[in-house]
Write a protein that binds this ligand. Structure first.
Ligand code: 0A1
Ligand code: ZN
Length: 881
């Protein structure tokens, strides 16, 4: 485990390396406890660098067996080796030389799951961000691009399959039942994209003909016997390949494209060139084992990793500060893909919900950082919602500002100008400036400045003068180490809506540039005057969520109700209803804290009923509208003095009020949505299931709710319905015979399938209330649970600490104590997963004082542990700062 050196990496310290490595040949003799790695590196001194400059290579926990330079073994005084660094003190005078390194590593003992490790008897690698240095010494940084040739040797019976990046070149049998394979990747790549997989796996084969007519062989490798579960992933891959050609003109470039699913993986998946490695959760699916949400995630992640081939691999990042260059852009691309494959409006609402749930709290708390950070201690901790999701929103805003054609021209220029390079955010912005002739300097603050901007908006209508006015003021809140903020360029899409629901036009507008339905906010204050507006319109703001901001709108509830029923922009219509729900929940929270019964306006529940039954709206949209803001969303909008029990009570009360007011409509709709047709994971069918399942959630609050949910569970023919019913039983009817029976039946049915059992862990970890912490402790002793497996840890401990507000934030602090102890237990094996878990306490300062003290103590307790990893120390110290 890498302990903290305290070193802070700074963007302004970037310097190109003195040396390059244009060619890398690797030879692996695989063995679980002693894998022998020989690296033959062609090293080139950069023009102008003195011959005396030492060559300093990165390592991490390596055992060096030998160093040879240009065929000569180095004498002891010619180099210095530690497990974490190899320095060639006096490299040869020639500009180019060959360095041969031998190292030995133990994949079976690698529990951090970085570098070369074993998962389920399969050898696999994870090198992003700095895992390659756990395999051999190297210039392990993304601006060192090298052409790799890889030879892998292993016993045939243990590892019949030998895969690496690029195209297969050669394979053959050796003595003693051993065999080998050679792979060559002609595209220069950084070390973080290196991959190797070896083992016994089942294969699903496919093929794709590219736009220029080349045949690409596709392979998805999974645990033997699970091939049937990879069909959806294969289909998603082919659709992704076709979409990238059509939407961005990007063609695949190798003869083969392989995906391997492994069961121990720190993140979702990894875009290694020509050999993507996936967490098996994002590959394996059928109706029996996967929910509709799982299918949608698989489609999105398969696409995401594939799209990295151009945005990340062909054009990579100069340094890790530029991570959003590949991640923000690739998330944007996968969002667009899913929007095209499914319903655009529904997809957009789901994206915004995710952004608000994960990125907003990050941006508003102690871990806030710019989309392109300027400092880091541990890069693993910067694979964040800000870099990914806000990074994607920034790309979307560029498209909004420039328009679709100019945006596409900019992307074309980006691919043309930077192919084969390690680029920066400045390079990316420059292509859009060049194609549009615009200055994006103020816009660039979206990359450089942390914090969620807020717009305060008020409106006035002067009937006599036929003038409608918007007063808009921007502010960007202070964030850690950035107390003063500069004014941003915010593209605010909007519409004026008349009493008949139709758009209201105007004659002239002054006070801001208004262009194609977008007000360009650039100053602190804008008074935007629309002339020729005779009737007072309702104003629909941030349509399509054109900018990742918060809005404080002085708007009458009548206007919100009107927009929730009539806004022609589907996103804003959803937003209007969601704002009404949030406002009602916050009011109820305050009533509860004041010792009163919460009360809700009857028209809110009525509107919920009307939306539920509105056949003009897609079922998936209706389901999203009916989903009440989550407890954490409500907490975020309240801001401080959070008592999660009061929020929970407010939310339950509103759910009950809506259910009671709409019992008949909901029941009739619930019955009419019952579906006996064969299962299909398509978006329309999934939308109908989503609507029916949210209706079940409401109906379960009424008489015989447990019975209804139990019947739903028992007759379910797919995992979406089964898991939804189980969650309803566990959350709302915990401890009843119905809930206990369903939980037991689920466990019995899926006992042998850890991935499915994760849902069972997850549902139980999410059960609201004080008892859950004990239940989670008990489940950690379940035979299917393993603290070494990231999926198990995330399902049980991650769900408890980041999604169970009342359980985790138990007033006596027991949730926090369990959390501190468990994070440290996970950290012993896997610091990266532990650090991610630890972010669950990032909003501790918004809690009410009693819980705040206890949460802080838990963080201090983690911080006191000896030999804390760099990963965990970084999170704990920033959270407490
Ligand atoms: N680049 C991957 C994410 C990823 C990052 C780090 C990892 O290390 C454990 C693994 C994966 C992506 O964006 O999909
Ligand atoms: Zn990515």
């Amino acid at each position: 485990m890498r302990t903290d050196t305290g070193h802070v990496f700074k963007l302004e310290d970037y310097r190109p390396c003195d040396y390059l490595i244009p060619r890398t040949s690797l030879d692996f003799r695989l063995s679980p406890d002693a894998t022998h790695v020989t690296a033959l590196l062609t090293v080139e001194r950069r023009e102008g660098v003195a011959a005396s400059a030492p060559l300093v290579l990165d390592g991490d926990g390596l055992t060096l067996l030998g160093v040879v330079v240009d065929g000569q073994a180095l004498a002891a005084g010619d180099y210095e080796a530690t497990p974490d660094r190899l320095t060639i003190l006096k490299p040869p005078a020639a500009q180019r030389f060959e360095l041969r390194l031998e190292t030995e590593i133990a994949p079976s003992r690698n529990e951090a799951l970085m570098g070369l490790y074993r998962s389920n008897n399969v050898y696999c690698t994870q090198c992003e961000a700095e895992g390659f240095r756990r395999i051999t010494y190297f210039l392990d940084r993304p601006d060192i691009l090298s052409v790799y040739t890889v030879r892998i040797e292993a016993p045939h019976n243990e590892a019949p399959l030998l895969l690496s990046n690029g195209n297969p070149v050669e394979r053959g049998a050796l003595a003693n039942g051993r065999h080998y394979a050679v792979w060559h990747d002609p595209f220069p790549k950084p070390s973080y994209l290196f991959a190797l997989v070896a083992g016994a796996l089942g294969k699903v084969a496919g093929s794709f003909t590219t736009m220029s007519g080349r045949e690409v062989e596709l392979g998805i490798y999974v645990e033997s016997g699970k091939e049937r579960l990879a069909g959806y992933a294969m289909d998603a891959l082919k659709r992704s390949m076709a979409w990238d050609e059509e939407a961005f003109g990007r063609e695949y470039d190798l003869d083969v494209f392989n995906i391997v699913a492994v069961s121990d993986f720190n993140m979702g998946a990894m875009e290694n060139k020509g050999l993507n490695v996936f967490n098996d959760k994002y590959v394996l699916a059928d109706e029996e084992t996967a929910t509709d949400a799982d299918f949608a995630n698989i489609e999105a992640i398969i696409a995401h990793e594939y799209f990295h081939n151009w945005t990340g691999n062909r054009i990579t990042c100069r340094d890790w500060f530029q991570l959003c260059l590949k991640e923000g852009l690739t998330v944007y691309r996968d969002h667009e893909f899913s929007a095209d494959q499914r319903s655009r409006a529904v997809k957009r609402i789901a994206e915004v919900r995710t952004l608000r749930a994960h990125q907003f709290p990050e941006d508003q708390g102690p871990l806030a950082h710019p989309v392109r950070p300027r400092r880091y201690r541990e890069i693993n901790n910067f694979y964040t919602a800000t870099v990914y999701e806000k990074g994607s929103e920034v790309v979307r805003m560029i498209r909004t500002i420039l328009g679709p054609e100019t945006f596409r021209a900019g992307m074309d220029l980006y691919f043309e100008r930077h192919d084969g390079e390690a680029a920066t955010i400045e390079d990316f912005l420059k292509v859009f400036e060049d194609v549009s002739g615009r200055d994006l300097a103020q816009f660039a603050l979206w990359y450089h400045q942390a914090g969620t901007p807020n717009l305060t908006v008020s409106s006035a209508h002067n009937a006599a003068a036929k003038e409608f006015t918007l007063e808009i003021e921007q502010s960007v809140p202070p964030t850690p180490s950035e107390s003063r903020k500069r004014l941003m360029h915010i593209p605010l899409a909007f519409g004026l809506v008349g009493a008949n629901g139709k758009p209201v036009g105007w004659d002239t507008v002054e006070g801001a540039t208004v262009d194609d339905g977008v007000i360009h906010i650039r100053k602190r204050r804008h008074t935007v005057r629309f002339s020729g507006v005779s009737e007072r319109p309702s104003v629909s703001l941030n349509r399509g969520f054109s900018a990742p901001i918060t809005l404080s709108v002085q708007q009458k509830a009548d206007d919100q109700f009107f927009l929730a029923a009539h806004d022609s922009d589907a996103f804003s219509r959803w937003q209007a209803f969601n704002t009404l729900l949030t406002d009602a929940l916050i009011a109820a929270f305050r009533q509860i804290l004041g010792g009163r019964e919460p009360a809700f306006a009857a028209r809110l529940a009525e509107l919920a009923g009307r939306i539920a039954g509105d056949e003009a709206l897609e079922p998936a949209y209706r389901a999203l509208a009916l989903a009440l803001p989550g407890e954490a969303d409500i907490a975020r909008d309240i801001g401080k003095g959070i008592d999660p029990d009061a929020i929970f009570a407010a939310r339950e009360a509103l759910a009950r009020a809506i259910a009671e007011a709409n019992r008949k409509v909901f029941l009739a709709l619930y019955d009419s949505l019952a579906d006996n047709s064969p299962f299909s994971p398509d978006a329309a069918s999934a939308g109908r299931r989503a609507l029916r399942n949210i209706l079940l959630d409401y109906l379960s609050l009424l008489a015989d709710g447990a019975g209804l949910a139990a019947r739903h569970f028992n007759v379910a023919t797919n995992m979406t319905d089964r898991a939804a019913a189980l969650a309803v039983l566990a959350y709302r009817h915990s401890g009843t015979a119905e809930a206990e029976e369903a939980l037991a039946a689920f466990e019995a049915r899926y006992r042998g399938d850890a991935l499915v059992l994760d849902k069972w862990f997850q549902i139980q970890a999410g059960v609201p209330g004080a008892e859950t912490v004990e239940k989670v402790r008990e489940l950690m002793r379940h035979p299917a649970f393993s603290i070494a497996n990231p999926n198990r840890v995330r399902s049980l401990i991650g769900t408890f600490s980041s999604a169970n507000q009342t359980g985790f934030h138990r007033p006596d602090g027991e949730g926090y104590r369990f959390f501190a102890e468990t994070v440290l237990e996970v950290e012993k094996r896997n610091p990266q997963v532990a650090a991610r878990l630890a972010t669950a306490l990032r909003s501790w300062r918004s809690l009410e004082p009693g819980r705040q003290v206890k949460a802080k103590q838990a963080l201090l307790d983690i911080g006191k542990a000896e030999n804390l990893s760099a990963d965990l120390r970084d999170i704990v110290e920033r959270t407490l700062a």
